[in-house]
Ligand binder design. Structure first.
Ligand SMILES: [Zn+2]
Length: 116
């Protein structure tokens, strides 16, 4: 299975709520999670398995189920951290744009000064 983004070797397979199944490498998994977060939907993570058995629905063992759950929890944690990071960036962007406004209004009031 290849990564949906870079076409490299996928390390994880996931399914969207509408049934679309894709693969992602470690690097682009964050991208998938971010998209899922933006769409407000939960992804189902599937085992990569052998390429030949990719389409065959086989019953997962108990150990595999636990692994998925752990992987899911780990990914969910990463998603939350990404969202927090995004929120910090939004706050920083707001601070910057407020500062820009102040600079611009200061520049405007200087232009309206006694020299004109
Ligand atoms: Zn990739």
């Amino acid at each position: 299975m290849e990564c949906f983004e870079c076409k490299g070797e996928a390390t994880i397979k996931y399914q969207w709520p509408w049934g679309e199944v894709s693969g992602a490498c470690d690097e682009h998994l964050t991208l998938v999670q971010t998209r899922a977060g933006q769409l407000g939907c939960a992804l189902v993570f599937l085992p990569l398995g052998a390429v030949a058995g990719d389409e065959a629905p086989d019953t997962p063992s108990r150990a595999e189920q636990v692994n998925w759950k752990e992987a899911y929890n780990e990914l969910y944690d990463r998603l939350l951290k990404t969202e927090q990071e995004l929120e910090r960036m939004r706050e920083a962007a707001t601070t910057v744009s407020k500062a820009e406004e102040q600079i611009q209004s200061a520049a405007r009031s200087r232009n309206k000064g006694p020299r004109q």
